[in-house]
Design a protein. Sequence first.
Length: 364
Amino acid sequence: MTADRGDAARPHWRDWTWQLRERIRSAEALARWVLPTADEKDAIALLASRFHFVITPYYAALMDPDDPNCPIRRQVVPATAEVRDPAGLADPLDEVAHSPVKNVIRVYPDRIAFCVNNECALYCRFCLRKRMVGEPGWAMKQRELEAALAWIRRTPEIRDVLLTGGDPLVFSDARLDWLLGELRAIPHVELLRLGTRLPVTLPFRVTDDLVAMLARHHPVWVNTHFNHPKELTPEAAEACDRLTRAGIPVGNQSVLLRGINDTPDVMRTLCEGLVRLRVRPYYCYQAQWLEGTAHFRVPIERGMELFRGMRGRTSGFAIPQYVLDTPHGKVPLAAPSFRGREGDEVVVESWDGHLWREPNPLEP
Ligand SMILES: *Cc1c(COP(=O)(O)O)cnc(C)c1O
Ligand code: SF4
């Protein structure tokens, strides 16, 4: 049996384990959802051994069957442009060099990204951690998780632990409960965060049992990853609502992607849709200098212009911070509003282009 559009009306559709079992992994399976183009078929064949092709039926059902430029489809279906991109790195943030123990990435003194899982519900073509997702060598064995926990225990500066991957919500409730409990028992770990795309790609994973378990480990914060307004479905809204009702603040980290969300209209619609779900746009990342992703990148100047254009035109908290991630941490990218000093005044430019002079004498 192979999943197809008819399954969306059947009860098993909302069972997240069914969704994982029935994931699309071949051109033949994809053909039950969309009409694959020659380029998509070639890319699937060429990339089979490089970066896995996996899609949940739920996310596949959001794809436009007739439009290869569909913003959902382009995020998850391979394109031969990936193979034609000779530049770009496997590990542009040099994360391996920043790992004191396997899968713990430390670029700041007080917080870490802890890649607890190498699996995701589906694989995004622009994924920063392409080198690890779906690769068995990056899976964490129990003793490796214990080794990472031991490192956190003996590193008292760490007050904020971000569980990421891969996707930590692909773990069972029991395994995640154990891991969060171990972290919560460390006195210097104040904050637990989860980075997960499952509210977007497999929202049925966010069950009442899951959120009840997460709430036992508060304070827990979640950042998810919506990139396009088409992803703001009733199912995704329900997942976010469950999380926020359990007292978990939910933020969003998107990636600026050419042809997907790089116009002011799409970005504003996405961000306004997120705040309607009570999800706060947190970061929007410049797409990394990563192998196979040149076709997704937008010049940084255009990105800065896009976010500058949102100021004054929508709620302040609907505007994410546009950032470039580097091996030295995240760097905010913003077109300068500060024009400089003139005598005892500084000159700033407002959202609508007015120059404003603010009295601001130098310190005596
Ligand atoms: C993004 C990131 C964090 C968290 O950064 P915040 O700006 O606090 O959200 C921590 N560690 C690493 C390695 C990161 O990439
Ligand atoms: S969900 Fe996140 S970690 Fe997983 S493939 Fe997509 S971008 Fe990568």
